[in-house]
Write a protein that binds this ligand. Structure first.
Ligand code: CA
Length: 411
């Protein structure tokens, strides 16, 4: 593998420095599809609540790359057991794993016929700058990187490093999102984790002496879900974006011409797969410009939803116990003459801190390697995690509606 003329280091608040010494990694970082991620927020709706959470998918992608790079260099079995080609492939998979994301992450994905993983694979395999950089190094490289991202690489360890239970993706986003939201719950001891990871029978595991850092990591996930990822105001913002896109789709179906000014959304409104060029041009800057044009659209519902999203005039919410209670809220919204297709929605969130999956999905469990060489699934090795797994599923059911109706809904 060709090396850069001198090692490159990029300052990073989570990892101190990101180290790059392979030319192909450096070239991918500088490719236009990668630079586009500077214009996509890492957290779809959470920067509406946590005002400093403005970090981009670009910085997260660099962080995932750095954790993978450290794993292949610092975990002895990986350093000695992987080929140079495999090492560079898995580092690139870490770097490129989010490259197909659209604006506002999940809200946007909800209206798209393709998932961000499918778009990621398209960007790696089709005619793009990234693809040309990878293919110029080795004709097999684009496919090998895509295989890791789709969890289908023949060397399963590589898949687990990017998207298992102890993967570099999750480790970076927990630490990064905790840092930029200013919540301390997401912290755990990454140094200790990397130091205690071992490979046993083609699976990543953690030495018994590292179990406390794994327990911390599980708790970090649990707290971050409820405090950040499932924050009701973030869900309100994302739910409103979904309704706004739905309104656009409903208008587009009847009269595409009525949305001629927001061409950036057309492939998605037409329910077809966007090509890599269309996807490239749809970043959050383009999407927000589109929304600002829609503020003055002749369709009153569309203009109102665009205004609400841009001005952060978020829907209020009520926690409900069951369907019947939700129905009563929906009825109130209808009585107030709002179109209930766009002005009210229900959202049911649930989250387990950690759940051991089926035995045959071994890559999706966390394994603890005992001093005697035996391997146990985490909830069997940790009293804390065992107790968490016995807890019943934590659930949260909410109904969202315009703030102006808050008093009448509470009656
Ligand atoms: Ca990610």
């Amino acid at each position: 593998m060709k090396q850069t003329a001198e090692p490159k280091v990029l300052r990073d608040p989570i990892h101190g420095y990101i180290h790059v010494s392979e030319q192909v990694v450096w070239d991918c970082i500088n490719a236009r599809e990668m630079q586009r991620l500077r214009r996509i927020h890492q957290l779809g709706g959470d920067f509406q609540i946590y005002h400093a959470a403005e970090h981009s998918r670009f910085s997260h992608s660099l962080g995932v790359y750095e954790i993978v790079r450290r794993m292949v260099n610092e975990i002895k079995e990986l350093r000695d057991g992987l080929s140079e080609f495999e090492k560079v492939t898995v580092m690139l998979a870490g770097l490129l794993h989010d490259i197909g994301h659209g604006p506002f992450s999940h809200a946007f994905e909800a209206i798209s016929v393709c998932s961000h993983e499918q778009y990621t694979v398209s960007i790696i395999l089709q005619d793009t700058q990234i693809h040309r950089i990878l293919a110029a190094v080795d004709a097999r490289l684009p496919q090998a990187v895509a295989d890791i991202i789709t969890y289908s690489h023949p060397n399963d360890i590589l898949n687990q490093m990017v998207s298992g239970q102890l993967d570099a993706d999750r480790m970076d986003y927990l630490l990064r999102d905790a840092y930029f939201t200013g919540t301390s719950y997401g912290n755990f001891d990454l140094e200790r984790m990397i130091r205690t990871i071992r490979i046993d029978k083609q699976r990543l595991c953690v030495k018994q002496s590292g179990i406390h850092s794994v327990e911390d990591y599980i708790m970090a996930r649990y707290h971050m879900y409820w405090q950040v990822y499932l924050h009701p105001a973030a869900r309100s913002y994302e739910g409103m974006l979904e309704r706004l896109f739905q309104r656009m789709k409903d208008i587009y179906r009847k009269d595409a011409q009525a949305l001629a000014q927001v061409g950036m959304f057309h492939p998605f409104l037409a329910d077809r797969e966007a090509n890599v060029e269309e996807l490239f041009h749809l970043d959050e800057a383009a999407a927000l410009y589109g929304l600002s044009l829609l503020r003055s659209h002749e369709d009153a519902v569309l203009a109102d939803l665009a205004r609400r999203v841009l001005d952060r005039d978020l829907f209020a919410y009520l926690t409900v116990q069951d369907e019947a209670q939700a129905e009563r809220v929906i009825e109130k919204v209808k009585q107030a003459r709002y179109d209930s297709t766009y002005y009210v929605f229900c959202d049911h969130a649930s989250q387990m801190p950690y759940s051991p999956y089926q035995r045959n999905e071994e890559g999706h469990n966390i394994w603890i390697l005992g001093e005697d060489g035996t391997v146990r699934e985490l909830s069997m090795a940790s009293d804390i995690v065992h107790a968490l797994c016995r807890e019943k599923l934590k659930e949260d059911r909410k109904v969202y509606f315009p703030k102006a109706l808050l008093e009448s809904v509470m009656e």
